[in-house]
Design a protein around this ligand. Sequence first.
Ligand SMILES: [Zn+2]
Length: 270
Amino acid sequence: MSKIIFGPAGLGGVKEAKINLESYAKHGLKACEISFTYGVYLDKAESIEIGEFAEKLGIYLSIHSPYFINLNSKESDKVKASFDRVLKCCEAGHYLSLAYKGKHKTKIVFHCGFYSSGVGSKKKDYDKELSFQNIKKQILNLMEKIEENEWNVELCPETMGKINVFGSLEEISRLVKETGCSCCIDFAHVLARYGKHEFSLVEKSFPQKHWHCHFSGIVYGDKGEKHHKHTTEEEWKELLHELNKLDKEITIINESPSPFDDSILGLSLA
Ligand SMILES: [Zn+2]
């Protein structure tokens, strides 16, 4: 049976952060993903303080990098800007992790980007293999920076829900194998992208012991994800039933429009 911890996407602003964390802990939630949707909003001192506070409450913090990230843009300045945004998150993640004294690395979740033939390519159409190689190169460069700075973080490229966006199960698991990075398995995205849960393919793709996951209800069509929605009891039960067949350590971040309530619902069904 897996060991599963739950928590919402969203810490709130600096002023509410501690109150929110206290409330999460009081309800039995042990994880929280800070959404730096529009950029890193915590400075060094705030990150260290919030990290210490979370550690005392037994909450593991992770980070979701800004949405405007494309490590495979055709424009080199966009790749550079994306690279720098992820790097900024890594720095903040390191400060958040200090209180854990090396026992916990902050997971830095990010969307890799879109399929394209990449910077400088004359090809008109995108090439999935080339996209993979471009993104892999950027991840290796990021990992080099992380090592240079001795930041206590792990890069987690996320499985994506739209078919025209880089991040199939195969692509993300191959990135893990070929770079040694970690990953984020978004079960709602998998359902939207493949039109089914693909639990056995997920299990085969990610043999590692610890899984950092996202979950919520999702509305999808032919092209995959449309938008996230409230997580129903049935959806939680289906997922938890599958996860409990495994022997893993799993973190599930809920990304529905009501992530706190939905995390508590998930926890109550576990
Ligand atoms: Zn995401």
